[in-house]
Ligand binder design. Structure first.
Ligand SMILES: [Zn+2]
Length: 115
């Protein structure tokens, strides 16, 4: 696998995983029988596929926007390999705080290097 395969996996892998959860939950919850004791629970569970599908859509759009910005030259770049950086994660204060992971090389970049 080359560098761009890893960019695609790191950028859109979580969206694919959540999309699979949405499809599996849609199939599983559509087969639930309605019981008078579980009526409220089943009504709540029917929202799970739609919410996970919306989350999956967000997990596609946000990295796509970051990759588009990086491609235009205005997005954040990795100081190690100049690849696109992912979303900001909250890190431990003892380790320097917030950081982003590079989609290309997988290294973590502290917020001091991209702000
Ligand atoms: Zn990198």
């Amino acid at each position: 696998m080359d560098r761009w395969d890893w960019v695609g996996i790191r950028a859109f892998g979580p969206a694919i995983a959540v999309g699979v959860v949405a499809v599996v939950s849609l199939v599983a919850f559509s087969r639930l029988t309605v019981s008078p004791y579980l009526a409220g629970v089943i009504d709540a569970l029917r929202w799970v596929p739609f919410l996970t599908l919306a989350w999956s859509l967000w997990l596609v759009l946000a990295p796509a926007y970051r990759l588009w910005q990086w491609h235009r030259g205005v997005g954040l770049s990795c100081p190690h390999c100049a690849g696109p950086l992912g979303h900001e994660r909250s890190g431990y204060a003892s380790r320097g705080g917030a950081y982003r992971r590079c989609y290309a090389c997988g290294n973590n970049t502290n917020h001091r290097h991209y702000e």
